[in-house]
Design a protein around this ligand. Structure first.
Ligand code: FAD
Length: 470
């Protein structure tokens, strides 16, 4: 019998328990990735994530070939594809690492049943979260709804396992025995944009795949992490790790990140490093929320928000936000950074999202969908959870009266205007003060403000007040 390893959000050889376990059996092994855009409830990837996936699979395929194996690519309803492939390869074992969205869990549970009925041993592993969502419970046994006690409970829950160095021991490829099953050519999936090809900025910014992920981790741990507490708030510098897309696609294991930090700080973790770890805690928390609230991307976490009176922004207003033409430099620089590079700095994400939800009174789901399509790190938990946090409808959310002022924010966190100038050529010539308030200056065609800040702020506060009173 052979082994079948199904890779999903874990596109790595390092610290990959499913792969390591299969390799340990020493049997011929098939490694497969399935592009599933058909199963009920599975959310099709956005454009930027498709670009990433293409390059990540390409890199992984190359790595596997270097080890004498291969990545088999198949497309379709994943439960059908895996059953067929398991039968075709005479698999006696089926391995995967766990996923946490409801539609994905349903697929996996169905396959486990099918495997049991067909004499195939199916095993799943913890690989992508430091803490399995069902293991962290409040005193009364329920899931957490507030971040701080959740993260405290995680840290108290016990030691985090060491990452596995399993990648070195991949067995002889199945090809030496009965021949690997045929797969699709990656290019036939057409994951890359063509007309127009908007991916130039993404290619300049990122190296998808395990190698790029390891490099980013090292660069970050060698420098910026030491000053993360302040550096993480300055969008004009590389003060954060930029690991999010690598973590999203599982090119890097969170256990590896944790371990590397511990190795460098065996005794006491410095305050800045602790802040960084607590951001990883937010990632854990959001997946915990999704696990217990499968509809996080479509339903208000707090049901009273179902009565919220969203405005109806015009197409023009929405396009101005999407394209970075609101006339508020911080928002626009962020939205252009997103379009050009597939990523936006966290502080600017908060400001840009607050502008859409509060100043334009737009339903957070509209913004979530745009980010889903344009972020390389968009995922089913962190994107909706953060949007709900900004809107005030989420768990442990930002209070409704907190409305980011994009002008104050840019003066505070991009004082010299470097970030603004980098992404908005129309105001690149303006001096330090004017660049934050370009409506007082002569620009190269930069738009006038889309809305009045104090007025739109009042409107938002009134609407939130009505909800509170209702
Ligand atoms: P770092 O500051 O280096 O943090 C390290 C890691 O911690 C990140 O890679 C990420 O995995 C995690 N992390 C940091 N901040 C958060 C947070 N607020 N919530 C959850 N995890 C966090 N993050 C995503 O990974 N995917 C998304 O789809 C996503 N959508 C967002 C939408 C909005 C409206 C907002 C305000 C934030 C969103 N975030 C999302 C969270 C955050 O902005 C990014 O994780 C972060 O900017 C990624 O950059 P980094 O890797 O340099 O982060």
């Amino acid at each position: 019998a052979t082994s079948l390893v199904w890779l999903r959000d874990d596109l790595r050889l390092d610290d990959n328990p499913a792969l390591a376990e299969a390799a340990g059996l020493g049997k011929p092994m098939t490694v497969v990735y399935v592009l599933d855009e058909e199963s009920p409830g599975v959310r099709p990837l956005g454009g930027a994530a498709r670009w990433w996936l293409h390059h990540s699979l390409d890199a992984l395929g190359t790595e596997l070939e270097a080890k004498g194996s291969r990545l088999v690519l198949r497309r379709g309803r994943s439960s059908d594809v895996i059953r067929k492939l398991a039968t075709q390869t005479h698999a006696g074992h089926l391995f995967w690492n766990r996923r946490y969205g409801q539609p994905e869990r349903d697929i996996d549970a169905g396959l486990k049943e099918w495997a049991a009925d067909n004499g195939i041993e199916a095993n799943s592993f913890q690989a992508n979260l430091l803490f399995e969502p069902w293991t962290i419970r409040t005193g009364s046994g329920g899931p957490y709804k507030v971040y701080s006690p959740f993260w405290r409970a995680c840290l108290a829950a016990g030691d985090i396992r060491d990452p596995l160095d399993g990648s070195g021991s991949l067995p002889e490829p199945a090809a030496s025995g009965r021949g690997l099953p045929a797969g699709d050519a990656l290019g036939s999936w057409k994951l890359l944009p063509t007309s127009p090809d908007w991916s130039g900025g993404l290619a300049e910014t990122w190296e998808p795949g395990e190698h790029g992920a390891a490099q980013r981790l090292e660069d970050f741990l060698d420098g910026p992490i030491e000053d993360y507490g302040t550096g993480r708030n300055i969008p004009g510098t590389e003060g954060t790790s930029r690991l999010s897309p690598h973590l999203r696609f599982g090119e890097l294991s969170p256990f590896r990140v944790w371990r590397e930090i511990r190795r460098r700080h065996p005794r006491k973790v410095p305050a800045d490093v602790g802040i960084f770890r607590s951001e990883l805690g937010w990632r854990e928390f959001n997946w915990h929320l999704l696990y217990h609230n499968p509809d996080l991307a479509t339903r208000n976490f707090r049901p009273q928000f179902d009565n919220f009176q969203w405005g109806s922004p015009s197409r023009k207003e929405l396009a101005a936000w999407q394209q970075g033409n609101t006339g508020y430099p911080l928002v626009d620089a962020g939205m252009r950074q997103l379009w050009q590079t597939g990523w936006m700095h966290n502080r600017v994400r908060m400001a840009a999202a607050s502008f859409l939800v509060k100043n334009l009174l737009t339903d957070w789901r509209i913004g979530e969908q745009w980010f889903w399509d344009t972020l390389v790190d968009a995922d089913a938990a962190n994107n909706p959870a953060n949007w709900q946090w900004v809107a005030g409808s989420g768990a442990d959310a930002s209070p409704y009266y907190r409305i980011f002022n994009p002008v104050t924010q840019s003066k505070k966190f991009d004082a010299g205007g470097d970030y603004l100038r980098k992404f908005i050529p129309e105001i690149a010539r303006l001096d330090g003060k004017q660049v934050h308030e370009p409506w007082n200056a002569e620009t190269d065609g930069y738009p006038a403000p889309l809305v009045d800040l104090p007025e739109s702020r009042e409107r938002a506060l009134d609407t939130y007040q009505k909800l509170k009173d209702s």
